[in-house]
Design a protein around this ligand. Structure first.
Ligand SMILES: Nc1ncnc2c1ncn2[C@@H]1O[C@H](COP(=O)(O)OP(=O)(O)OP(=O)(O)O)[C@@H](O)[C@H]1O
Length: 347
């Protein structure tokens, strides 16, 4: 054997040993990456407050007007929330329940969680479910040239808004809760009474979640639907403090419309609010504060303002509430005569 061949042999073994080192290093890197991934996943699952409060649970904050009338209802709400009682705001569509609930919730300086009641909403939609599959792969080289590989697929629990709110001591705003079928809302009974949320589907200790001492709930419902198809179970209503709301007074409604509509002077807004309040009396349909905001927005787009345009705008705003086409002409007649009688002069 020549010196050269010996040298090549030595070089070959050096290359092989550096390859082995590299492979071992790769295995170590992969294990470290997997460890970091699992650690991240675990901390996400355990969740801290900020991570759990996902935007999809919360609507944007709207401008909020606080007059004496508004402050009165706020005071009554806060009184009950302070002693840990859930508050149920009941009132006609568009009277300001949601705006008030959101405002009071934000004032509490706790995270706010939002749920919108719906006939299709299930208990799982409220509390959570095993909704995702989690795949964990382990690859290990225990013996030289033998790679042991294992794939674990397990179900992963995903919390829904009620569980997040209960765990984090948030203020839950459950809008139109009576639209949800009563059976789905049964989970609320033990939350309000025993301070425990039961997670159907979970096993063992993780089936029960202690309600955080700062957790509060504000529920809203429409006074008409409330007595309708999904009449909530008496046991749930028994646990709620019920505050009936009506439309605010004229001046509050004027301020509310002003806060939502730019570029329309106070006189025009006052006339629109007064007209809508009159139509509220004359029509069988519900004419909420929202209708006044929409009419003011509509008028704001018109340069050449007159009674005929105002009639068109009011009919457009209210027509979706009448069931038949034939009723639209009746609606127009009522709007026209209200404008005439009140001598509304929009400018
Ligand atoms: N205090 C307030 N400040 C500012 N805007 C308000 C106030 N109260 C009500 N509004 C506005 O009036 C409109 C109707 O209010 P809101 O949606 O709260 O009524 P609601 O009773 O919850 O209606 P629905 O039953 O249809 O949900 C909204 O545009 C809302 O932003």
């Amino acid at each position: 054997m020549t010196n050269g061949s010996r040298k090549r042999k030595v070089r070959g073994s050096q290359i092989r040993s550096s390859r082995d080192e590299k492979q071992e290093q790769n295995v170590r890197n992969r294990r470290e990456k997997e460890r970091q991934r699992l650690e991240k996943q675990e901390s996400h699952r355990a969740g801290n407050g900020a991570a759990q409060f996902d935007d999809r649970f919360m609507p944007e904050e709207q401008p909020f007007v606080e007059t004496e009338a508004v402050a009165q209802v706020e005071t009554r709400m806060s009184r009950w929330l302070d002693v840990g009682r859930p508050v149920h705001l009941i009132g006609p569509t568009g009277c300001g329940k949601t705006a008030l609930a959101m405002h009071v919730a934000h004032e509490r300086d706790r995270p706010v969680v939002w749920i919108n009641g719906d006939a299709d909403l299930t208990t799982s939609d409220l509390v959570g479910e095993y909704a995702e599959k989690e795949r964990i792969s382990e690859r290990d080289k225990y013996i030289h040239n033998v790679i042991k590989s294992k794939d674990i697929i397990r179900d992963r629990w995903v919390n829904n808004p009620l569980t997040v709110a209960v765990q984090e001591g948030a203020t839950l705003v459950y809008n139109e809760f009576s639209r949800t079928k009563p059976v789905a809302n049964n989970v609320l009974l033990s939350v309000f009474e025993e301070g425990v949320l039961e997670l159907p589907g979970q096993r063992g200790e993780s089936r029960y979640v202690d309600v955080h001492s700062d957790f509060r709930a504000i529920l809203t419902s429409n006074s008409v639907e409330y007595a309708g198809v999904h009449e909530p179970q008496d046991a749930l209503l028994d646990r709620l403090v019920g505050l009936y709301m009506d439309f605010y007074d004229r001046d509050t409604e004027v301020e509310i419309v002003q806060s939502h509509v730019d570029g329309l002077d106070a006189e025009n807004i006052e006339q629109i609010v007064e007209l809508m309040r009159e139509l509220r009396e004359r029509l069988d349909i519900n004419v909420g504060t929202r209708a006044a905001i929409m009419a003011a927005e509509g008028i704001g787009t018109v340069d050449d303002r007159n009674q005929s345009v105002l009639t068109d705008i009011c009919v457009d705003v209210l027509a979706s509430k009448v069931a038949q086409r034939s009723e639209v002409s009746e609606l127009r007649d009522v709007v026209e005569s209200a404008i005439q009688d009140m001598e509304v002069t929009i400018s």
